[in-house]
Design a protein around this ligand. Structure first.
Ligand code: NDP
Length: 284
């Protein structure tokens, strides 16, 4: 039976630390503000934005929401981001993805000032993560690293398998594991024998977006299993990429969905916003 890694509890600890530091900065006259931009009315995006705003309140940040209609043009969004870049009161800018089809996500991410890019999606920040010299951690992968650290399992020298190679999860996740000296394999939709690759993993991270893709027979006994997936089933239930029922008896540690990686992503976003404020005030 695996030990459950409690993302809610660990994220609460991270947010408590951020709140403590934010309070100290406030005493020095530095008040932290995150600008959150949402375009259109995607219900999942609305939930994420609300959760991010709630987290800001909890840690003592101000948040400003910019809710734009689905018909917003690329130029209108670029103009807003440039306005936020220039606003000294705004420390972090988050543009909730996905964006409507008429807007080029890459162009918008390129427009965000890298010093305010609290999602760490800008090429400058991605490059810094690649060379291991960074202020901003990519939110979801950094949250996964916190969860792995919480187990006390040594990462150096272990076989880590990351399933998924997206720019926002899979690739930076592999990089963070590599920085901690894991031997890293990245799997994707063209991987020949996914089950065999996964069975070699001491640390297995699933970031695919396919419900219950990873089953018990694909997991090495005792492995640390981190489930990034957030899939909505037909009955409305949220489930991960890992088939919890068959994997939990095999794994050593496992994250639940919900209550695993999701809360950690938001906690890291708060930490990044704090970091942004420190950098902008010459404290880092
Ligand atoms: P993407 O769709 O961008 O990437 C999915 C990756 O999975 C791709 O690299 C794809 O391969 C790979 N893949 C697809 N099918 C298979 C398969 N059968 N076997 C192996 N690999 C496969 O998704 P994201 O990275 O953005 O997100 C992944 C999941 O994580 C989603 O469920 C998302 O909702 C969730 N998520 C959760 C967050 C959280 O805070 N908990 C935050 C961000 C994401 P290829 O490149 O070859 O197409």
């Amino acid at each position: 039976m695996a030990q459950i890694i409690d993302g809610k509890q660990i994220s609460a600890q991270v947010k408590a630390q951020v709140a403590e530091e934010a309070a100290k900065l406030k005493e020095r006259g530095i008040s932290i503000c995150l600008a959150v931009v949402i375009v259109g009315d995607d219900p999942a995006s609305r939930v994420y934005v609300n959760n991010k705003k709630k987290a800001c309140e909890l840690v003592g940040f101000r948040s400003r929401e910019y809710a734009l209609p689905a018909s917003t043009t690329q130029q209108e969004l670029v103009d807003l981001v440039q306005q936020l870049n220039a606003d000294p009161e705004v420390n972090g800018i988050l543009v909730q993805l996905p964006l409507p089809k008429q807007i080029d996500e890459h162009a918008i991410i390129r427009t965000i000032d890298p010093k305010k890019d609290v999602d760490a999606f800008h090429a400058e920040n991605v490059g810094k993560i690649m060379i291991g010299d960074y202020h901003f951690l990519p939110c979801t992968p950094a949250g996964c690293m916190d969860l792995i650290h919480s187990t006390g399992v040594e990462i150096a020298g272990k076989n880590a398998v990351v399933v998924g190679r997206s720019n926002i999860v899979g690739k930076p996740m592999a990089m963070l594991l590599l920085h901690e000296s894991a031997t890293v394999t990245i799997c994707h939709s063209k991987t020949k024998d996914l089950a065999q690759e996964c069975r070699r993993a001491d640390i297995l991270v699933a970031a695919v977006g396919k419900a219950n893709l990873i089953t018990g027979d694909m997991v090495k006994p005792g492995a640390v299993v981190i489930d990034v997936g957030m899939n909505r089933l037909e009955n409305g239930k949220l489930c991960g990429d890992v088939d919890f029922a068959s994997v939990e008896p095999v794994a050593g540690y496992i994250t639940p969905v919900p209550g695993g990686v999701g809360p950690m992503t938001i906690a890291t976003l708060m930490r990044n916003t704090l970091t942004a404020a420190k950098v902008q005030n010459g404290l880092l």
